[in-house]
Unconditional design. Structure first.
Length: 256
């Protein structure tokens, strides 16, 4: 189940959050979830979305409306999470203070063996990294490589197994290939930018996150799992939420 919550920015709020703010949203949601009667190990959420501009490592929201997408396979979990959020008159993320205004259920798409996605939060294929003695991190994966696709495949099947999918079901999910959008890849190459950004997970460990449009060839049940639970690792920390191309979620993130 997927829901988009719309908030109104409180007048007088500076309206700024760090450019990378998944940890702030995660801390808020964990606080709310501790008050709930149900739980989930497979929820995910987007970044905060709205008309904004980037200033010195901060996002300043210019519009009065800010939105957040929540998703999980358990409808009762999402229902109670949304209710608990709306029970709070004010919600603060760093220097952005919001009032919950409304929400809408986002209908599931038709799940096919080939689907086109955009990222609405960074997706992470690998575990956290440690710097070497010189303070250098390993090079991020090239999203065009087979290793990139394989890393996501391994992460997703591991999570599906933990979510209760049987060995017989998982044996049917051998088809899996991520194909990055070639226009996006060319644009990044032409501007000499990197494919990945450095983020910090909730333990303040270094991870690589990717924001790119891609086509995924996979079993429809895998597509459904990704839609509901996110793709890759650290999904309950706000990484790996995707939307279908032309979907109704907030505007996808991009490498600026």
């Amino acid at each position: 189940m997927r829901i988009k919550i719309s908030f109104l920015k409180v007048h007088g709020s500076s309206g700024t959050v760090p450019l990378h703010h998944q940890k702030i949203i995660s801390a808020f949601l964990e606080e709310v979830i501790r008050e709930m009667s149900v739980s989930s190990n497979n929820y995910s959420f987007s970044s905060l979305k709205g008309t904004s501009k980037v200033q010195t490592g901060q996002i300043r929201f210019l519009s009065s409306k800010v939105s957040l997408v929540l998703s999980a396979p358990e409808a009762d979990f999402i229902d109670e999470l949304v209710k608990k959020i709306f029970d709070r008159r004010l919600v603060s993320f760093a220097k952005l203070t919001l009032v919950p205004k409304s929400f809408e259920v986002i209908a599931d798409p038709d799940f096919n063996t080939q689907m086109k996605y955009v990222c609405i939060s960074p997706m992470v294929p690998q575990e956290a990294f440690l710097a070497d003695e010189s303070g250098n991190l390993p090079e991020p994966l090239d999203p065009r490589s087979q290793e990139f696709s394989d890393m996501f495949y391994d992460a997703i099947l591991d999570r599906m197994e933990k979510a209760g999918f049987t060995e017989d079901q998982i044996s049917k999910f051998a088809e899996f290939e991520i194909i990055p959008d070639p226009t996006y890849i060319q644009k990044i190459a032409d501007t000499h930018k990197k494919f990945a950004r450095i983020y910090k997970n909730n333990l303040n460990q270094t991870i690589y996150g990717y924001l790119l449009p891609f086509t995924l060839h996979a079993h429809p049940q895998v597509q459904k799992f990704i839609w509901e639970c996110g793709i890759g690792l650290f999904t309950t920390q706000g990484y790996g939420m995707v939307d279908i191309v032309g979907g109704t979620a907030p505007e996808a993130e991009s490498e600026n």
